[in-house]
Design a protein around this ligand. Sequence first.
Ligand SMILES: *Cc1c(COP(=O)(O)O)cnc(C)c1O
Length: 392
Amino acid sequence: MKKETKLINAGRKSQWTRGVVNPPVERASTVVFNSVKEMKHATANKTNQVLFYGRRGTSTSFAFSDAMTELEGGAGCAIYPSGTAAITNAILAFVKTGDHILMVDTAYEPTRDYCDKILAKLGIETTYYDPMIGKGIESLIKANTRVVFLESPGSITMEVQDVPAIAQVAHRHNCIVMLDNTWSAGVNFQPFDYGVDVSIQAATKYIVGHSDVMLGTATATAEHWPKLRESSYIMGQCTSPDDLYLAMRGIRTLSVRLQQHQASALKIADWLSSRPEVETILHPALPSCPGHEEFKRDFSGSNGLFSFVLNKGNQAALTAFLDGLDHFKMGYSWGGFESLILGISNVNSMRTATTWKYEFPLIRLHVGLENVDDLIDDLEQGFTRFNAALTP
Ligand SMILES: *Cc1c(COP(=O)(O)O)cnc(C)c1O
C-alpha cells in the first residue's frame, strides 16, 4: 500500500469503527462485566486491546494506536498527553540509576531540560553529541550507555542525522536507539527501516495538524514494545478520546497537507535564496543544509518547517521584521495549517557539544496552507522594515 492509501485506512478496522467511517469517540473510565468469566477474560487479555479499564484504553485509543503503528511500523504505539510526555516516559522506560544516555545536541529544548533536571536527579548521566557525528558516536559510548537518542532534523537548526550509521554502532553496544520523528510525521521517514527501536512523535504537530490538541506517541519494535507499553501504563499515561478522534481526523488529510506545505516551503526557500539579507538556508531538501545527503537517501519528502540565517542585523531590526507580519504569527509551535515564525538571535545558548558558527539571527518558518504569494509578500515587507531599521 502506498503512503497516501495507508493514511486513509490507518486504524479503521471494523472492530473499532463498528460500521461507520470513523472510529467513534468512546468515553470510559469503568468497564463493566456481566459475568466472572467475562471479567477473567478481560483481565487475562488486558494488554491485548480488550476493554478492561479506561486507562488501559478504549476502542478510540486502540484505533489511534493501530493507526500510528500502521504509519510508522513497529509492533505497537503508546499514547501520551503531549510529545514531551512521550519523550520523557519513553526514555524512563529503559533507564535506571547509574545508566548513561547519549542525547543529540540539537534536541528539542524540553528534552534537554529533562536530561539536565530530571534524569540527572535520578543519577542518570547525559552526554550531548554533535548531530553530524555519524558512526563516530562509538567513541562516546560507555559500558553503562543504555539509550542513544536522535532528533532528525535537529530542532531549530535542521541538521539531518545519519540514523542508520548511528543505529548500527549503538546496537553493537546493546544500546536502544530512540528517535524524535516529529518532523517526518511518520510519513516521510520510516524509522524502523533504519534501525530505530523507539520512534517518538509530538502528534501535536502534523498528525493533529490544526493547532488544537496536545498529543504524543511512542512506537516500538516487537522487542521493546512490551516494556514501553507496561511502563507507560504504570506511569498512568492516557489521553482524552476527543483528542484522539481529532488526531485521526488529522491523519486522513496528512498526505495532501504535507504536499502543500512542502511545495510552498520550497518556493519560499527558493525566493529567500535570492534575497541579499540571507546568509544560508537550513532546509533539509537543499544542499546548504547539513545532512542533505542523508535526507536525499532516507526521506521521501519534506514539509513546511525550515530555517534561514541572516547575514546582518541586530535585535531591533529582527523585531521590526517580526512585529509587522500579517500572515506569519509568532509562536513556539508548527505543524498546523497556519504559518508561524520564530526569530532567534542566540542559537549558541541552546548548544553544549557543538558551536554555532553564524553571527547573525536565525529565523525559523513554518509555512502554512495560505497562498504562497501572500506569504512571500508578507516576508518581503518584513525585509523592507528590517533594512529600514538597519539604516541610520
Ligand atoms: C513540539 C515538539 C515536541 C514536544 O511536543 P509537545 O506536544 O509540545 O509536548 C517534541 N519534539 C519536537 C521535535 C517538537 O517539535
